[in-house]
Design a binder for this molecule. Structure first.
Ligand SMILES: *Cc1c(COP(=O)(O)O)cnc(C)c1O
Length: 491
């Protein structure tokens, strides 16, 4: 969307299309000096007997095509992204600058260790810092995403039990859990056993106690949970699970509420994964690269993926190939190192005080915004104080006007904002899950609050505007189910 909210005018058939639609035979976007070596034909075995279907465009067509596409996009550099659970905060550009340093960017993973000491030291220091932040003893930096971190953590859980000759197969997860949790549990060969949330939106400790027996490998939990609420009985919950010989897994995709304040390791968790792309720099989305390091307590360290970086007695760094009990590799080489460099920059840029401030502002912003919109969109669990994100409901609005959370989300786009997460967690009707993050100013929070309140006003006064929204985007309302089910992956 451009500044006046009008759709961007594009060239080519269908008012848009691909770069191939701009192709004109014979047009060139390059100029090369005259050939000063003998012309050589493509070797027979490589020739396909036909020309590749490449677009023939001038440089200006090429640049305008891709710049036009970029201008249709909405990103963190253009506006706020209040996506609850998925956390999209503005990330300092210095993290990008550090990752782009030639010494990191031009490394090859097969270089001898003696030539990569700086990178190895960075990985080692990051591992130590992440362990300190989460209260774990050792970590692997290999998993390239949160979901892969979950899978890694669950394989560690499995290896731990199997090593003791104990084939436990059940993992308990709350009904408010992120969708990747049950999927990872299944992939790791476990059975997912749901435990319900109580009226407060917290794990029902009584129901949990009934499920806990010696067939339980562990519990997978997020705290604050996916409703944005802090599980106050976490120590009792941990005691229940440890009491039957199970382990506690912390889904630390989003640490924004607890940074520098409390640590999963101190709450009783044994395994933690972290999405560095949600908490420690790297804007994500569209499946872009991330990193999902996994930290564990000492009793699980022998099972960690290998190699890990070790500091030698002489102060140098080398790769530890891991022992027999390692679950093996979860990624080639050392994971997504460029993302880990950004995470390192973020952590050390903030320092302990700065990280503490991040969580303070994240929670303050969420609570301020929840208040601003509370009259129209009340909290799903009134009376509970949200942490870094809040789950509101559009149920009352829907009952009164027929306008649903989806319509509100689509209208927000016309009003200049990326929508919040909607219809998640599944246990809340007409859920709007909002995470403003610590990086937004008071003025931006107020503007977003104003936009949300305006949708409610419009729902009462001119609901058709919401049903038709968005009207200012290059494409109008998409059929979300069809988009997911009828994939068209090729042009
Ligand atoms: C985002 C998220 C995940 C999954 O992380 P990916 O990097 O997208 O695989 C898992 N759990 C929670 C709570 C999340 O918010």
């Amino acid at each position: 969307m451009n500044a006046v909210g009008a759709p961007i005018r594009r060239q080519g058939p269908g008012g848009g299309g691909t770069i191939l639609d701009r192709s004109v035979p014979g047009r060139r976007g390059w100029s090369l000096p005259p050939l000063d070596v003998p012309e050589a034909p493509v070797p027979e075995e490589h020739a396909r007997g036909r020309r590749p279907g490449l677009p023939e465009v001038g440089e200006v067509d090429l640049v305008r095509h891709y710049t036009g596409l970029a201008q249709m996009n909405y990103g963190l550099d253009t506006g706020m992204y209040p996506l609850g659970s998925c956390t999209m905060k503005y990330n300092p550009k210095v993290a990008e600058a550090v990752a782009a340093l030639p010494g990191f960017q031009r490394l090859h993973p097969l270089q001898p260790d003696s030539t990569t000491q700086g990178a190895l030291e960075l990985l080692w220091r990051l591992e130590r810092a992440l362990c300190e932040i989460t209260g774990m003893d050792q970590a692997t930096l290999q998993p390239p995403a949160g979901a892969c971190g979950e899978m890694t953590g669950l394989l560690l859980m499995r290896a731990f039990h199997e090593d003791r000759g104990d084939a436990r197969r059940r993992v308990i997860i709350p009904d408010s859990a992120h969708g990747t949790n049950p999927a990872s549990v299944r992939l790791a060969g476990f059975e997912a056993v749901p435990v319900r949330s109580d009226a407060r939106g917290l794990v029902d400790a009584g129901a949990l106690a009934k499920l806990a027996d010696d067939s339980v490998a562990g519990l997978m939990l997020t705290n604050p949970n996916t409703l944005g609420l802090f599980e106050e009985e976490i120590e009792e919950i941990a005691a229940t699970i440890h009491g039957v010989g199970g382990l506690l897994y912390y889904d630390g995709a989003n640490l924004n509420a607890i940074l520098g304040r409390c640590r999963p390791g101190d709450m009783g968790f044994d395994i933690v994964h972290i999405n560095t792309h949600k908490t420690f720099a790297t804007p994500h989305g569209g499946g872009g690269p991330g990193a999902g390091p996994v930290g564990v307590k000492d009793e699980l360290a022998a099972f960690l993926p290998a190699p890990t970086v070790r500091r030698n007695e002489d102060g140098g760094f080398s790769l530890d190939p891991g022992g027999e009990r390692s679950i093996g590799r979860m990624h080639g080489f050392h994971g997504n190192v460029g993302i880990l460099v950004r995470a390192y920059a973020y952590v050390f840029l903030h320092g302990a005080d700065g990280l503490r401030e991040v969580s303070e502002l994240a929670a303050l912003n969420a609570n301020y915004l929840a208040r601003l919109v509370g009259e129209e969109f009340p909290l799903a669990h009134p009376g509970m104080r949200p942490m870094h994100e809040f789950v509101a409901t559009a149920k009352r609005l829907r009952d009164a006007t027929g306008i649903r959370a989806m319509d509100v989300a689509k209208r927000l786009i016309d009003l200049g904002f990326h929508p919040s997460t909607v219809y998640f967690p599944l246990v809340v009707e007409e859920a709007l899950m909002v995470e403003p993050t610590e990086t937004e100013s008071k003025a931006t929070l107020e503007a977003f609050g104003e936009a949300l309140r305006r949708t409610a006003e419009e729902a009462r006064e001119r609901p058709d505007v919401l049903r038709e929204a968005p009207v200012t985007t290059p494409v109008r309302r998409l059929d979300e189910a069809r988009a997911a089910r009828a994939l068209k992956l090729r042009w």
